[in-house]
Design a protein around this ligand. Sequence first.
Ligand code: SF4
Length: 469
Amino acid sequence: MCGFVGLIGVDHASSAAAMALQALQHRGQDACGIGTVHNGRVHVYKELGMVSQVFAGSTLATLPGSAAIGHVRYPTVGAGVRDDTQPFHTRRPGVLMAHNGNVTNVPQLEAWLQRRGIRVQSQCDVEPIMLVFAEGLRGNNVEHVKDAVRDVFEQVKGAYTCAALVEIDGQDTLIAFRDPYGVRPGVYGRSPDGAWCVASESVALDALGFEMVGEIPAGSVMILRPGQPARIEQLRTTETRRCMFERIYFARPDSRMEDGRIFQVRWELGARLGEEWRARGLEADVVVPVPDTSRPAAQAMAETLGLPFREGFIKNRYSGRTFIMPDASARQNALRLKLNPIPEIMEGKRVVLVDDSVVRGTTVRRLAELVRSVKPKEVHLAIFSPPVKNPCFYGIDMPSKDELVAARVPEKDWARTFGVDSVTFLSVEGLRASARTPACMACFDGHYPIPVSPDEAAAIVADRRGGAA
Ligand code: SF4
C-alpha cells in the first residue's frame, strides 16, 4: 500500500508535494520520494524514512520546478530497499512516474520487456508499468499518450493508479491513469489559480488548499496542464470494483472518495453492525472503540444500541511502529505502550470492544488480554467488517490464506481463540448492502474481480514473505 501525489503549475512544487505526502503518510512510512521537472531536467530525491525526516533541511531546495511527483511507500512486495523507492524515471522518452497498487503479472511483463532489450532493475512494480508505457509512447502528442496507456491496460494486470510527468506537444504535462477496475483510489483537484493536483486521497488536496473536482475515472487517462481544463480520455469501460478495505481501514476518515466521506461510510458500517449485534440477543453496558479507525463505527453502534460510548484507551501518539519483540510478554508491553486502557471505563462492565478488522488475529488477542487486565465483567468483540478469509493481490498487505485466522480456525472457536465472550463480525451481506458503489470485497467473499492465476498468486505471496513489512 502506498500513496502518491502529482502536481503541475505550482510554485515550489517539491515543497507542496512534501506537504501533500505528509497528509498521506498513513499510506506508507517506510520510504518516500519526490521528483520534479525543471527546464527539461529531472531531479529526484528518495530515501528510506518518513516525509518529515527525509525532506528535512535543505533537501527540497535541490528539487526546483513547478511540476512534481511524490510518493510514500509501504512495501507489499520486494525487500523495502531504497532502490525500490518511487518515483521512477526513464530518460528516453522522459517519464517520471509513481503509483499505488500491485501488478499481478510482473514476470510476464519482465519477459515482454526483455524481448525488446529492456531490463527491469528494481522489485518495485511501478517500474514495469513505466517501461511498458514508455515503450508504447511513440511520439509526443495526446494521441500517442492515449496509445501508450492503452498498451498499459492491455499488458499490465492488477490494480494500479499512476501519476506521471511527460512532455506533450512540447509542454510539461501531468497525466494520471487508473486501471479499468479502479481498485486503488485516486482523486484530482484544482487550485484557484489553475494548478492541478492528483493524489491517492483528497486529504492531500485539502492540505494544499486545492478543491477536489472528482476521482480519476477507472480505465481512463487524464491530461492536466496549468490554466487549462482537465482532459479525460476514457479508454476502457469496465464495471469498477473499488477496494472496500480502503473504506474500512486504510483511508483517512476525513478523506472523500467517490462514495462519500470515509467517516460517513464507517459510521454506516457501525450502525449496521449494531443492528446485527442486537439481532443476536447480546447485551452490554458500554461501547469502546479501538483507536483510531474504529471511532465512527463504534459511535454509530452505540447510538443504534442506545448504549454509552466511551474512550477506553489512550493512544500514545509517539510510540511509532510496533517493534518486533522477542517474546509474548514484551509484545504485550509494546501494545500497552501504544494503547493504555482506562480501568474506570471498563472495570466490572460488559464491554463491547469495536475494531475494524481481524487479519492474523494476534493484535485482537492481545487487545482482549489488555481489556481483561482491568477486570471487566464480559468482553464482546464487534468487528465492522466480515472475517478476512482470502489474501489480497491488489496492493494491501494481507498474508496468505494459511496465516489468516478466520480461514484457519473454525467459527465456533473464534471467541475462545481471541479470548473474549463473544465475537460478532459484520456479515458479508451487511457490508455489500453498505457499499454505495460496486466494490472489491475479495478478501471477504473470495470473488476476485481481476483474475489471478495460481502461479501469479504464489509469486506474490513468495515476494511478500521475502520482504514485505
Ligand atoms: S481484496 Fe480486499 S484489500 Fe484487496 S483490493 Fe479487494 S477489498 Fe481491497
